[in-house]
Design a protein around this ligand. Sequence first.
Ligand SMILES: Cc1cc2nc3c(=O)[nH]c(=O)nc-3n(C[C@H](O)[C@H](O)[C@H](O)COP(=O)(O)OP(=O)(O)OC[C@H]3O[C@@H](n4cnc5c(N)ncnc54)[C@H](O)[C@@H]3O)c2cc1C
Length: 102
Amino acid sequence: MADLAGAFDLIVVATGAGYRLGLGRFVLGLLETGWGKSPLARRLFRSARLKNWFYYRARRSVLPKLGKLDANRITIIGDAAAPGKTREAVESAFKAALFGLR
Ligand SMILES: Cc1cc2nc3c(=O)[nH]c(=O)nc-3n(C[C@H](O)[C@H](O)[C@H](O)COP(=O)(O)OP(=O)(O)OC[C@H]3O[C@@H](n4cnc5c(N)ncnc54)[C@H](O)[C@@H]3O)c2cc1C
């Protein structure tokens, strides 16, 4: 990241989020097996609490080291800013592009 400092006026970071405690491979592996469509998963994911845990709490931002970059020249968007749903990630990207919001 520090290498970019001289080359650009504004740096937008959209590196997304990863599962805490290294659970990513496990969760993605489960989804790839189709477990998410099983009767048990369907029943479990009727719970808004569980769904929200997956979207908002189970993951955390994956931010690369920003070093000594000037904070005024960096905009962090999407799940890198706050893990959530696609809609929120897209909305924050639009806001950053149209209004320059962080
Ligand atoms: C299992 C799961 C299910 C989901 N289901 C839904 C759903 O049903 N509905 C819904 O609305 N949302 C869902 N989401 C949320 C949705 O996927 C995210 O909110 C959305 O993808 C966030 O977009 P983003 O651009 O912030 O990050 P990402 O889509 O994660 O993109 C980040 C990009 O940055 C790249 N990157 C990462 N680190 C670096 C680095 N250091 N340098 C360069 N590039 C890097 C990555 O490779 C990736 O291409 C789900 C998420 C997960 C994990």
